[in-house]
Design a protein around this ligand. Structure first.
Ligand SMILES: N[C@@H](CCC[C@H](N)C(=O)O)C(=O)O
Length: 273
């Protein structure tokens, strides 16, 4: 006993290792994050959520807790829409908050969350800003897209062919002059009024089965293409469904969040990374 405690959770199969570390004592290097997320030599996950206090990270927040999110390759990202739901679920289940509505700090700023009795979580995602357009290519197929800032960068491409047929094993090509910090790439089919299907290739991860900020970007882009900034849609992703509502460009995201496992990391393994 006395090792490093962890939890595992997911939101629409976008999965995370959760590391409770209120005081910010863990030396969470990119190498350790990548090893934890590795699906063969580690626990396996799309990212790591360190549960810490804003003061421990030297950031300002109105919230008591800060989500220190890392991508599976060890890189930092500003925000994670599925991650923040799992983070909120963990805080409530662990008794670290006793209200069902509270604020979580993130690198993209504070996010208000509400945990529902059915175990779903609504996150106030802030503004989804349309910031321009660009192109991406999957193999020989080039797609134009709408660039959306949800705290982190996205390029949303509406595709005529069924997105389930796209080969997303390799990273699609994108314009590094437009996205010098990289970008999350969403490919979308419209399935009729209020229903979208999305696949995503995430910056710092690869294809994942869901991306919460990506679903917000997709709905904001769909509304933009229809000449409005208000509306709502269900987004079907390989890992499930989420609901996104946008009001004058400001979004909420509602979807499931599940805690799966808990345990302790082997201290020798951690020390050797
Ligand atoms: N899966 C997340 C997004 C995680 C960050 C992203 N890969 C980035 O680098 O911006 C989500 O649910 O939003």
């Amino acid at each position: 006993m006395g090792g490093i405690e962890f939890r595992k959770g997911h939101g629409t199969q976008n999965d995370f290792v959760v590391l409770p570390d209120a005081a910010g004592r863990l030396d969470l290097t990119p190498t350790r994050v990548a090893a934890l997320c590795d699906r063969r030599r580690g626990l396996g996950a799309d990212g790591v959520l360190r549960v810490t206090r804003p003061a421990a990270m030297d950031v300002e927040s109105a919230g008591e807790w800060f989500m220190d999110y890392r991508n599976a390759d060890g890189s930092l990202a500003e925000m994670c829409g599925n991650g923040v739901r799992v983070f909120a679920r963990y805080l409530v289940d662990a008794g670290l908050v006793t209200t069902t509505e509270f604020v979580v700090g993130s690198r993209a700023g504070d996010r208000r969350v509400r945990v529902h009795p059915d175990r779903s979580v609504t996150v106030h995602m802030g503004e989804a800003r349309i910031v321009g357009s660009s192109v991406t290519a999957v193999g020989d197929n080039e797609f134009s897209g709408v660039a959306v800032d949800v705290g982190n960068p996205h390029l949303v491409s509406f595709v005529d062919a069924d997105v389930t047929g796209l080969d997303l094993l390799e990273q699609p090509v994108f314009d590094r002059d437009v996205f010098p910090e990289g970008v999350n790439l969403e490919f979308v089919n419209s399935l009729g009024e209020g229903m979208l299907r999305m696949r995503v290739y995430e910056r710092g991860v690869g294809e994942t089965r869901s991306c919460g900020t990506g679903t917000v970007a997709v709905v904001a882009a769909a509304l933009h293409l229809r000449g409005t900034d208000t509306g709502r849609s269900t987004v079907e992703v390989p890992g499930g469904m989420v609901d996104v509502a946008v009001e004058a460009g400001v979004a909420t995201l509602t979807g499931p969040a599940e805690m799966v496992a808990r345990g302790e990391l082997d201290e020798a393994w951690w020390a050797a990374r």
